[in-house]
Design a protein around this ligand. Sequence first.
Ligand code: TXA
Ligand code: MG
Length: 356
Amino acid sequence: MKQLETDVVTVDPIYPAEAAIKRAATLLRQGQLVVFPTETVYGLGADALQPAALERIFAAKGRPLSDPLIVHIAEFSALEELTTSIPEAAWCLTRTFWPGPLTLILPRGPRVPHLVTAGMETVAVRVPRHPVARALIRAAGVPVAAPSANRFMHVSPTTAQHAVADLGGRVPLILDGGPCEVGVESTILDLSTDIPTILRPGGVSLEAIRTVLPQVRLPNKQHIAVSEQSAQKAPGQLSTHYAPAIPLLLYDGSEEAMRSAMLHELRLRSERGEHVGVLIADRDLPAFVQENAGLVYTLGDAAQPAQIAAKLFASLRALEEAQVQVIICRNFAAHDLGLAIRDRLGRAAGGQIIVV
Ligand code: TXA
Ligand code: MG
């Protein structure tokens, strides 16, 4: 593909300058791509109603056309032109969670191009809450299709620099609004079937959705995101979808058991001269500092999954950049954002978990 000059423009994340937003909106209307921050991860945006613009998304990412895109709108009222019917549950959910990291799967409206939905009769829609994303969508005056702004199969970007690393030379403009607040992608909830089903756990927790929609379910509790079979309805949700370029060994069990198994593996590999990356929580730190081996990163307080989620993708990328040969990583409890964290780590581990 032709190399482009990529402009990276810094914008205030809360009060973005009008000039920058206007420029980005004009590009979108012209059928060009713009990378912009959302509260979850950075998105690679294009006008959702222009097939030629949508093609550019797939080309820039190296993403197969069989993987459908999420359409971003600035407010609920824009939903009408994208779907044929708005189920009762959508009204309740959006009242509570929009704007925010919840994507709804709804029946596709006739105006939505097949490139957005990968030929399916459903469409994924969300209203992001990041002020830059909302200002951009409003100014463009069109729904904006946006996958995460990474190359296909790579970790989602949570800073503009991550997006530059993956898409520099492939997009004309990247809006840099600083690091993303949530750090994992939106929760995808399928409302097109009889039982509302979470296809991808994300920034809105299962517990929170349950308070509005008690009948919501996970596709397969034991296997969520750790087996190919759970790939279910979201094409492209291969278990390795979020994999960093290096192997990741994921440990699961009691904290003591995880710690001692990880320390054992770290020792073995360090003795063999391997450059090992280690991902742990603050409370694991003393044991690993004592070991004085490997490149050790802490994701924060294990009791606060929002903290862990916010640092997860940036830490994976940092270890990748440090060119470690393997990453040894602990797992986290499944409550709240922990479900999304476990899902992403499971994928990064290629579906293999070492239960100790
Ligand atoms: O937080 C997010 O959702 C970010 C930001 C940029 O909004 N976007 C994002 O997009 O994560 P992407 O393309 O990386 O992931 C979207 C997922 C894909 O795995 C796709 O398979 C699924 O959404 N998806 C899209 N349309 C769908 C549909 N009609 N039915 C089922 N799954 C769908
Ligand atoms: Mg993605």
